[in-house]
Design a protein around this ligand. Structure first.
Ligand SMILES: [Zn+2]
Length: 128
């Protein structure tokens, strides 16, 4: 394992919470889910129902300031590498790499490389 691989520093990722994605590498390859949150500084992403890990807890143990009343196993979604997922295009239904396109209004949008449709998020953007 190469551990000192230089990571490009990016302040944002193309994917945002709510985006449909498919996992293209790793143990959950082929699974589809929805982006729960992104961690741009670590180049990681958390996808609903993907990369489920079990965390064993003991009764009374404190986890991140939250006291666990009962011992047991908690399932949680672990972050996976951003490069292991691809956006699923709502227009053509295929996993796709995105490209940036400048639309008529001058805004930069993501678009699908398969069908060329701009990918519009359901969530509202700040500009509106
Ligand atoms: Zn498409």
């Amino acid at each position: 394992m190469l551990r000192n691989k230089p990571q490009p520093t990016r302040r944002w990722l193309d994917l945002a919470p709510g985006d449909p994605v498919i996992v293209i590498a790793g143990k959950d390859k082929g699974k589809q889910g929805e982006v729960l949150r992104t961690i741009p500084e670590k180049h990681k992403i958390v996808v609903k129902g993907v990369n489920i890990l079990k965390r064993h807890t003991k009764a009374g143990q404190s986890r991140g300031g939250v006291s666990v009343a009962q011992g047991g196993v908690i399932d949680f979604e672990a972050p996976l590498d951003y490069s292991n997922v691809m956006l699923v295009c709502p227009s053509c239904g295929k996993p796709t790499r995105t490209q940036h396109t400048v639309i008529e209004s001058g805004a930069r949008v993501l678009s699908c490389r398969n069908c060329g449709e701009p990918y519009e998020r359901v969530r509202k953007t700040e500009a509106q």
